[in-house]
Design a protein around this ligand. Structure first.
Ligand code: IPE
Ligand code: IPE
Ligand code: MG
Length: 250
């Protein structure tokens, strides 16, 4: 019997993460949810370092969903403050380490302070680009698809594109992650096995990995565990194992 042949590069180019479980982590320690969110920021730092070390090119982190506004106002306020503080504190060092920061999501809902800090972080010059870090804030996969559809409709109305010429690539060009490659690996911490309106379009063929580890406990070893699992997967994209093996053998 021949060993399973892995067609795709073993290191995912792009990893998307739903960072879930901060609240439960705090509850286990009998502390307020805010304590869990603060610990979550430390986990973000560790995972960025691990991604840099392993040669991942794009990391997309789900920090605040379009549905998270429904949380108690005090928790939303705390998350916004934490976000603003982290941006002001970390951006420069990220740039020095070759990390380019981008935000995806509907920004107009945020305070002007936060919008300015986001724009400032995105304009920091990068010494030598190693990793593109997308932070998804007030992001929803359905929002993304609707916004792209609107942009394509506007082009059609202006006579820039024929309706019959609209295809998947047209829509993709207008999605917020364009022109980056789609995620190879999706990780969700915290034990829930759902997408929660994250990158709906882009996850069509992404390898999904769910772990019960709560986000503040997710460290370099957990990250490596996910990479190892990814390396064992055979990505077939609709083809058969035999076809994939032929390509690898060629
Ligand atoms: C993820 O952790 C952080 C955000 C959604 C902002 P949660 O706050 O959802 O933590 P749990 O799921 O309640 O444990
Ligand atoms: C998903 O986590 C969003 C983020 C991690 C930012 P949630 O905790 O909001 O997801 P649900 O509500 O359990 O699906
Ligand atoms: Mg949660």
């Amino acid at each position: 019997m021949t060993a399973a042949v892995l067609p795709a590069p073993r290191i995912p180019r792009h990893i998307a993460i739903v960072m879930d479980g901060n609240g439960r982590w705090a509850k286990l320690r009998k502390r307020p949810r805010a304590f869990g969110h603060r610990a979550g920021v430390d986990a973000v730092r560790k995972v960025i370092e691990a991604a840099l070390r392993s040669g991942v090119q794009v990391l997309t982190l789900f920090a605040f969903s379009s549905e998270n506004w429904a949380r108690p106002p005090s928790e939303v306020r705390h998350l916004m403050e934490l976000f603003l503080r982290a941006l002001r504190k970390e951006t420069r060092e990220l740039g020095d380490n070759g990390v380019r920061l981008r935000f995806i999501g509907e920004r107009s809902a945020f305070s002007s302070d936060l919008q300015l800090a986001m724009a400032a972080s995105e304009s920091v010059s990068i010494a030598s680009l190693k990793l593109t870090l997308n932070i998804a804030v007030n992001y929803g996969g359905r929002w993304d698809i609707v916004a792209a559809t609107r942009a394509v409709a506007a082009e059609a109305k202006a006579g820039l594109i024929e309706i019959d010429a609209i295809d998947q690539a047209t829509l993709e060009r207008h999605l917020s992650l364009a022109p980056l490659p789609e995620p190879d690996l999706f990780i969700r911490t915290g034990g829930e096995a759902r997408i929660s309106n994250f990158l709906l379009w882009h996850l069509a063929y992404t390898e999904l990995y769910f772990t019960p580890v709560l986000w503040p406990d997710f460290d370099a070893t957990c990250f490596q565990g996910a990479l190892n699992e990814y390396a064992r997967r055979e990505r077939r994209f609709g083809q058969t194992s035999e076809q994939i093996a032929e390509v690898v053998d060629a």
